[in-house]
Design a protein around this ligand. Structure first.
Ligand code: SF4
Length: 260
């Protein structure tokens, strides 16, 4: 869950519902909590086995005193103002916050940065308006001097552009089912079959899709061409171009600092 290029290459790491954790092979897991009963189950599992706990907003307060790493899932961006209260409950051990890239992401991202949550924003074929909001989050992330915590996927994209070794967005956003299998998934994003990303990329190449002519293909991995391969990436490419331009400025700053 840590926001470094190295951290996203350490899985496979299964996301397991709390009710199945005790029968799961004795390896580190992400524990998925979705009810009060699950909170008690989480308490009963050795913390050595838990990479982190995935917690919905409705149960955020139940882990405020826990020593476990928490990934807080906000499905409804209207909940964003409650982050002020939640941050005061958690103190210095703030959870990582996972947000959907939907309408309201600009405001939610701004609040998350203001109270210094590390953030993972998960886009799913965003509309032009949603990409514009993502661009606003990126601008704040890059230029607001109070923005001190990483926002994925921006953070890893910039780190990789400066230091090399860019993982695909499927990895960075923990959506590659070979690396982050989601057991008993209650959703179909992405498909959970083994080899899904490899097949998806191969199909895009075979069909000569827009991706094959896109300079972002290595880092993106055709992420935005799922589920609809006809999705128009024009706006998304604008966002990725902004990221590359920011990375170029960063590289120049580093070079100038080294020569000073
Ligand atoms: S930005 Fe769009 S066209 Fe470019 S690689 Fe990603 S999914 Fe393909």
């Amino acid at each position: 869950m840590e926001s470094t290029t190295e951290a996203v290459t350490t899985p496979p790491l299964a996301n397991v519902p709390a009710a199945r954790a005790t029968v799961w092979p004795d390896v580190p897991i992400v524990l998925r909590v979705s009810s009060e009963d699950d909170v008690a189950l989480a308490d009963a599992i050795s913390s050595d086995r838990l990479a982190w706990v995935e917690v919905p907003m409705a149960l955020a307060e139940r882990f405020a005193r826990s020593a476990l790493a928490v990934d807080l899932i906000m499905d409804d961006l209207n909940d964003a103002p409650s982050l002020y209260r939640i941050s005061s409950l958690y103190g210095e051990r703030l959870p990582r916050l996972t947000l959907p890239a939907r309408e309201g992401i600009a405001r939610a991202g701004a609040i998350a940065l203001a109270v210094q949550f590390a953030v993972r924003i998960v886009p799913l074929q965003p509309s032009a308006a949603e990409v514009a909001e993502l661009q606003a989050v990126l601008e704040r992330y890059l230029h607001d001097t109070n923005a001190r915590t990483p926002i994925e996927f921006f953070h890893t994209w910039l780190v990789a552009a400066v230091h090399g070794g860019r993982p695909s967005l499927w990895e960075v956003l923990e959506r590659d089912p070979d690396l982050y299998p989601r057991i008993d998934a209650d959703e179909n994003f992405p498909p959970q079959e083994a080899g899904f990303v490899e097949r998806h990329v191969a199909e895009l190449r075979e069909k000569g899709a827009e991706c094959t002519r896109c300079r972002f293909f290595d880092g993106c991995g055709g992420y935005f061409k799922w589920p609809d391969p006809a999705y128009d990436c024009a706006d998304v490419r604008g966002l990725l171009t902004s990221l590359d331009e920011a990375a170029a400025r960063l590289r120049q700053d580093i070079q100038e600092a080294a020569q000073a």
